[in-house]
Design a binder for this molecule. Structure first.
Ligand SMILES: [Zn+2]
Length: 426
């Protein structure tokens, strides 16, 4: 007991300290109470001792404000006092909360989080104090500020009829209060929507291009109604791989659409699906809200892919040629294609072809159905890319081959029976 009082006296000697800041140094003691109550109780206990011993123990006179000592005289103090630990930061909370409410007015959210930036000099003073009295029972200033602002803001928003709560794990908006400048930084977290798409027409890219060479993209067709409904600032498109601009994607490809700074979060995804599917270029299904971790899952997913490829060959083909193509059901060694060298590092990838079906569709045309590891460049599997892809259709047939049409026909979300995705040796 005496130890606690000694510590309290030591703090009270350093200068005027408010009840919150005094109590906060003992926040780990007692539960279901506030630092203000702890501080007030300590101040009065110390005052009792001061009066009993008729000695102020060198306590700063301002610390007796509001306490009438019977036996000890303390000098009169100024009307306003400034706590040396918080500089009366807690008095700013009401006006900060008012401004925060105005900032949040146009945003729909249910979970929020508060952070604060106290002035550096206050954090230094706190450190100095802890070095003197130890940190066994204390709570940082920042923690109390965060909590108090959070509580008051939550209450104020609830009184407006909004169903909000402080949530440390998955906040939709984060407010950072700078107590030095009074600035409030509002961070509106992205909204993530999972879905699967089909691209039914050739000639449009998956994502928006900076130089507007293409009229539209899969991304734009999908994001348009959703951006409008969520009033988001912009959208990012995360696809589970991508097909060539010239290829269709008839299999359903998973994606996550990330809406930046949405003002609305409650959006009818069934309705969105309908709006997107009105067009003939792109269809979507299975739209649902997900959290940000889904982006990583999508990006790293190892889905096997099946393609349909129409190949034009440099000579007339026979049914024997088709049989020879089974030699491609093996590990393909593929050096980064020349056409993507500018964007990708030059290295050799090993990718497996699991299954290949070939049929003649003309004297010089064959249609292939191939199932491969993700990351195999199918065009180069056909052309051989000047020997950079081995083996290849061109190599096996011993003639020039070119891709006339390419479609992704399936993206296998689950491993296919009997197939195993080899560990990539890239
Ligand atoms: Zn204080």
């Amino acid at each position: 007991m005496e130890e606690i009082i000694k510590r309290a006296i030591e703090i009270l000697r350093l200068g005027y300290v408010c009840d919150r800041c005094l109590g906060r140094q003992f926040a780990q003691l007692l539960t279901n109470t506030s630092n203000e109550v702890r501080g007030s109780a300590l101040r009065r206990t110390v005052a009792l001792m001061v009066d009993a011993k008729r000695d102020t123990f060198g306590i700063h006179p301002e610390n007796f404000k509001g306490v009438e000592l019977r036996w000890v005289k303390v000098p009169k103090t100024a009307r306003t006092t400034k706590c040396f630990l918080c500089e009366n930061s807690f008095e700013k909370i009401d006006s900060l909360v008012r401004r925060a409410r105005r900032l949040l007015k146009n945003y729909e959210f249910w979970r929020f989080l508060v952070g604060t930036r106290p002035p550096t000099r206050l954090l230094e003073k706190e450190e100095e104090l802890w070095e003197r009295i130890g940190i066994e029972y204390c709570e940082p200033l920042k923690a109390e500020l965060n909590r108090e602002i959070g509580k008051k803001l939550e209450l104020a928003l609830k009184l407006e009829g909004r169903k909000v709560t402080v949530d440390r794990e998955r906040p939709e908006v984060v407010l950072i209060f700078d107590l030095e400048t009074g600035e409030i930084e509002l961070n509106v977290n992205s909204l993530f929507i999972y879905g699967e798409y089909q691209k039914l027409k050739r000639g449009i890219p998956q994502t928006k291009w900076k130089r507007r060479i293409y009229k539209t993209s899969v991304q734009e067709l999908i994001e348009k109604p959703i951006l409008k409904a969520t009033k988001g600032k912009k959208a990012l498109f995360h696809g589970a791989g991508r097909e060539d601009i010239t290829a269709r994607c008839l299999g359903w490809r998973p994606f996550v659409l990330e809406i930046k700074e949405p003002r609305r979060r409650k959006v009818d995804l069934k309705e969105m699906e309908k709006l997107i599917n009105v067009g003939n270029f792109v269809k979507v299904r299975r739209l649902r809200f997900v959290d940000s971790s889904e982006v990583e899952k999508i990006k790293t997913a190892d889905y096997l892919k099946s393609y349909r490829v129409l190949v034009k060959c440099g000579r007339t083909l026979t049914s024997d040629d088709l049989k020879r193509l089974q030699a491609l059901v093996t590990i393909i060694s593929q050096r980064t294609p020349t056409r993507v060298l500018r964007r990708r590092s030059d290295l050799v990838r090993k990718r497996k072809v699991y299954k290949l079906k070939a049929r003649l569709v003309g004297r010089k045309h064959i249609e292939l159905e191939i199932t491969t590891d993700p990351g195999l460049y199918v065009k180069e599997l056909v052309t051989g890319d000047d020997g950079r892809t081995k083996p290849s259709v061109a190599e096996v047939l011993g003639c020039e081959c070119e891709v006339k049409e390419l479609d992704v026909i399936a993206i296998h979300k689950k491993p296919i029976k009997g197939f195993r995705t080899e560990k990539k040796k890239s």
